[in-house]
Design a binder for this molecule. Structure first.
Ligand SMILES: [Zn+2]
Length: 135
């Protein structure tokens, strides 16, 4: 998405938590605790992925994008499908997206990425901050 910025990847945290699970130090009950609200969001607003659930390995995880931001008003804190995110990125100045992966079979869920969307990113593009080594 063209206005995507401030991308934070949570792969390391996910990896270390899974290492604890595989070692038996953290129970699957603790990490497979998706609540009905999250499972519902995965069903209606989730995007399929090609990542197999790291816990039960029975199905690919579904990615759910939650949006937060003052600009969104009542829509803040809701789950949105990818096509809605694209539309909202052109409507609102700035909001944060938290991408959570969820397994609809065992309930595994983890934050995988967060980033900022919105029209303010387009303004940044007009004033590029990136410099070349020659400068
Ligand atoms: Zn699973």
């Amino acid at each position: 998405m063209q206005t995507q910025r401030q991308v934070v990847d949570y792969a390391l945290q996910r990896k270390s938590l899974l290492a604890e699970v595989y070692a038996g130090r953290v129970g699957t009950m603790e990490v497979c605790d998706a609540n009905p609200y999250l499972l519902r969001a995965a069903k209606f607003h989730g995007a399929p992925s090609d990542v197999t659930c790291p816990v039960c390995r029975k199905e690919p995880v579904t990615r759910v994008s939650w949006v937060y931001g003052d600009a969104l008003k009542h829509a803040s804190g809701s789950a949105r499908a990818p096509e809605e995110l694209a539309r909202m990125a052109n409507l609102f100045e700035e909001f944060t997206v938290y991408v959570v992966e969820v397994c609809r079979t065992c309930g595994w869920n983890h934050l995988v990425q967060s980033y900022v969307l919105g029209t303010r990113g387009l303004e940044d593009d007009r004033k590029p901050r990136r410099r070349t080594a020659a400068e």
